[in-house]
Ligand binder design. Structure first.
Ligand code: APR
Ligand code: PHB
Length: 389
C-alpha cells in the first residue's frame, strides 16, 4: 500500500494532524494500537488555549466545543487560604475554553469517520522503517496479517510510551527530564463544580485543583506522594482532604458524591530533541511531557501538528523543504516556553518534601508578587491563555 503521510497514534495529535492534512488535500493513514473505544475511555485534562480553540474551529471540528464548552475569562490561585483571581479579559483580552480532551478526540474521530479517511485501530507491532532515506515505510499487523505501507513521511503521534521516539538510534535523541517527587490523585464526580472558574490551591498539606467538565460534572485533584496506591484513598478520605486544602468559602460550597473515576498521574517535565529524524517527525506526547499544572499538554500537541501540517502542506504544494527543515526548531521553541510555565506553576503551587523554610517563603513571595503586580499577572495570563503559535 502507499500513502503520503503515515500517522502513528490516534490521540488528539494524530487525529488533528490527519484533519489538517486532509484540508490540504494530503492523504494520510492513521495506525492506532488500541480500539477507538479505548482511546475515548481515557480521562484527560480539558483547558483549551485561545489559539487551540481557533485552530479546532478552523479545522471544522469546533461546533460541539462552541456549543457545550465553557469559556472562562479568569482563574483563581490560592495560597494558604488566600485567594486571588486573574481576570484574563482585563489582563490580556483573551479567554480559555474548558472542554474535555476526550470530547476533542471524539469530535476529531467523528470527523475522520465521516470523511472516510483511512484509520486502522488495533494495529499491532507498528514499526517505522527506512525513514533515514527517501522511501520510508511502516509495517504493522492487523488480525494476524502483516501489512506494509510505503509513504513520504511518518508522523510519530504515539505518545510518551510509543514506538516512534524509540525508533531512531538512541545516540540521535537527546532527552531533558525533571521527575517531580509527587503525583496528582484525580477524581471525577457528577456534581456541580465548587466554583464557576478553576481554583489552583497551594496549602501546607499540599496542592489541590478544582476543575470541571460541565455545569454538572466536576474534576478535582490532590497532590499525593509519588508511589501512592489509589486504593488507599476512599472517596470520603478524598473529600475530607480536599476541604482541608481549599479556602473556607470553597470548602463550604463543595458538593461531593461517589467518584466516577479515580486515578493517580505522575508529574514529569520531559523534552526529546530533535523532533525530526530524516522523514520521521515527532509531535505531542511522543516528543514532550509537561506536568498538568499549566494545562499545556493538549495545547502543545495542537501547536506541534499545526506547524507540521503547514510544513507538509508547503512540501506538497511547492516542493519546498523549508518548512520540514524548520519544524523541529520552531516547535521546540514553543515547547520550551510551555515547559518553563508548567514547571513554574508546579514549583510555586506544590509542597516539595525537601523544601526548606526558606523555599516556602520563596513560594509565598512568588504568590505575593504575582497577585500584587499587574505586569506579573499579565505574564501569567498570557502564558495560561496561550502564547502565540
Ligand atoms: N502503535 C500505534 N499506536 C500507538 C503506539 C504504537 N506502538 N503506541 C501508542 N500508540 C497510541 C496510543 O494508544 C494513543 O492513542 O498513540 C496515541 C497517543 O495519544 P496521546 O497519548 O493522547 O498523545 P497525543 O495525541 O500526543 O496527545 C497529547 O494527551 O496525555 C495527553 O496531556 C497530554 O493532553 C496531552 C495529549
Ligand atoms: C482538568 O480539568 O483535568 C485540568 C484542568 C487544569 C489543569 C489540569 C487538569 O491544569
Amino acid at each position: 500500500m502507499r500513502t503520503q503521510v503515515v500517522i502513528v497514534g490516534a490521540g488528539p495529535a494524530g487525529l488533528l494532524l490527519g484533519r489538517l492534512l486532509e484540508q490540504r488535500g494530503i492523504e494520510t493513514l492513521i495506525l492506532e494500537r488500541r480500539s477507538a473505544e479505548y482511546v475515548l475511555g481515557r480521562i484527560r485534562a480539558g483547558v483549551l488555549e485561545h489559539g487551540t480553540r481557533g485552530l479546532l474551529n478552523a479545522a471544522g471540528v469546533g461546533a460541539r466545543m462552541e456549543q457545550e464548552g465553557l469559556p472562562h475569562d479568569g482563574v483563581a490561585l490560592c495560597f494558604d487560604g488566600e485567594q486571588h483571581r486573574f481576570d484574563f479579559h482585563d489582563l490580556v483580552g483573551r479567554e480559555v475554553m474548558v472542554y474535555g480532551q476526550t470530547e476533542v478526540t471524539r469530535d476529531l474521530m467523528d470527523a475522520r469517520a465521516a470523511s472516510g479517511a483511512a484509520t486502522v485501530y488495533e494495529a499491532e507491532d507498528v514499526a517505522p522503517r527506512d525513514f533515514d532515506g527517501d522511501r520510508p515505510r511502516v509495517s504493522y499487523r492487523k488480525d494476524g496479517v502483516t501489512h506494509e505501507v510505503a509513504c513520504d513521511f511518518i508522523a510519530g503521534c504515539d505518545g510518551f510510551h510509543g514506538v516512534c521516539r524509540q525508533s531512531p538510534p538512541a545516540s540521535a535523541v537527546s532527552s531533558f527530564e525533571r521527575v517531580y517527587p509527587f503525583g496528582w490523585l484525580g477524581v471525577l464526580v457528577d456534581q456541580p463544580p465548587v466554583s464557576p472558574e478553576l481554583i489552583y490551591a497551594n496549602h501546607a498539606r499540599g496542592f489541590a485543583l478544582c476543575s470541571m467538565r460541565s455545569p454538572t460534572r466536576s474534576r478535582y485533584y490532590l497532590q499525593c506522594d509519588a508511589g501512592t496506591n489509589v486504593n488507599t484513598w476512599s472517596d470520603e478520605r478524598f473529600w475530607d482532604e480536599l476541604r482541608r486544602r481549599l479556602p473556607s468559602a470553597a470548602a463550604d460550597a463543595l458538593r461531593t458524591g461517589p467518584s466516577l473515576e479515580k486515578s493517580i498521574a505522575p508529574l514529569r517535565s520531559f523534552v526529546a530533541e530533535p523532533l525530526r529524524f530524516g522523514r520521521l517527525f515527532l509531535a505531542g506526547d511522543a516528543a514532550h511531557i509537561v506536568p498538568p499544572t499549566g494545562a499545556k499538554g493538549l495545547n502543545l500537541a495542537v501547536s506541534d501538528v499545526a506547524y507540521l501540517a503547514e510544513a507538509f502542506g508547503e512540501y506538497y504544494a511547492e516542493r519546498s523543504e523549508a518548512g520540514i527543515d524548520a519544524y523541529s526548531a520552531r516547535a521546540l521553541r514553543r515547547v520550551w516556553k510551555a515547559e518553563r510555565f508548567s514547571w513554574w506553576m508546579t514549583t510555586m503551587l506544590h509542597r516539595f518534601p525537601e523544601a526548606s523554610a526558606f523555599d516556602r517563603r520563596m513560594q509565598r513571595a512568588e504568590f505575593d508578587y504575582l497577585s500584587g503586580s499587574r505586569a506579573a499577572s499579565q505574564a501569567m495570563a498570557e502564558n495560561y491563555t496561550g502564547l502565540p503559535m
